[in-house]
Design a protein around this ligand. Structure first.
Ligand SMILES: C[S@@+](CC[C@H](N)C(=O)[O-])C[C@H]1O[C@@H](n2cnc3c(N)ncnc32)[C@H](O)[C@@H]1O
Length: 241
């Protein structure tokens, strides 16, 4: 079992470094968020006659919830993260929104017991679930399906494993090329060209192939399961209850 407490995310410095630099090295970060906003606008915003109940799993500093609040400021959200440091930053950033709840817990604990009580209308996660092993992903996807209200979507923005080694190498090269293009625009003090290789060798990362994860979603009962976006190892995939 992957243990959150032993992962790099349990260190405050790692969390703060991500918050400061994610826009430089997360491939097409802004586009990923715009796509999630578009998805929400199309499939969720006007679906119900009451505020949407959102769950953000591994919320970090609240970036994804914040993007959705730009589309719909009536959202009622529960933001979950294993890092108290991250939750503190999210709470400070989103303090003007009053209908948000912050829950300090790990996915491993969420799988073990029903900590969340509400039926959610929309569940989102970004760049967090790849830290779980396959069996834990299965348990989490089952639990998300259980927590979702009928008609609700689960979307996961995440890194995935390529189905072959040479594809994986090319995807990592695409990622490096994108970082170089982005660094030419943003001119950061420090380069993040090393990151794709560090990602590959990081024992905290347990990505599965897209196909495997889509099948796990189908087995959990999700419909309209698909990959909604993909660029190298970065993807947005999910399904509807
Ligand atoms: C790369 S950050 C992404 C944060 C945010 N979703 C975003 O896209 O900006 C990953 C987040 O997932 C959280 N996380 C990773 N593994 C987790 C686990 N097993 N349980 C709960 N949170 C976890 C980390 O603490 C971190 O805040």
């Amino acid at each position: 079992m992957a243990r959150f407490e032993e992962s790099e995310w349990a260190e405050g410095k790692h969390a703060r470094d991500f918050v400061q630099n994610a826009d430089i090295y997360i491939l097409e970060r802004k586009r990923l968020l715009r796509l999630v906003q578009s998805f929400y606008r199309n499939f969720q915003r006007d679906r119900l006659q009451r505020p949407t109940r959102l769950l953000d799993l591994g919320c970090g500093n609240g970036e994804v919830t914040m993007a959705l609040l730009e589309v719909d400021d009536e959202i009622e959200a529960q933001l979950v993260d294993g890092s108290s440091e991250m939750l503190k930053i999210a709470q400070e950033r989103l303090k003007s929104y009053k209908k948000l709840n912050y829950i300090h817990t790990t996915f491993q604990d969420l799988i073990k017991e029903d900590i969340l009580t509400t039926d959610f209308d929309f569940v989102i996660s970004s760049l967090a679930i790849h830290h779980l092993h396959t069996e834990e992903k299965k348990a989490l996807f089952n639990s998300i399906h259980h927590q979702l209200a009928e008609g609700g979507f689960f979307l996961n923005i995440d890194v995935i494993k390529a189905p072959a080694g040479d594809l994986e190498d090319w995807y990592r090269m695409l990622w490096k090329e994108w970082i170089a293009e982005n660094e030419a625009l943003l001119k950061p003090e420090k380069s993040f060209q090393y990151l794709p290789d560090q990602y590959k060798n990081n024992p905290d990362n347990h990505p599965d192939t897209l196909e495997k994860q889509l099948n796990i979603l189908r087995s959990a009962g999700f419909k309209q399961v698909d990959c909604y976006y993909k660029y190298g190892i970065f993807s947005i995939y999910g399904g509807r209850k």
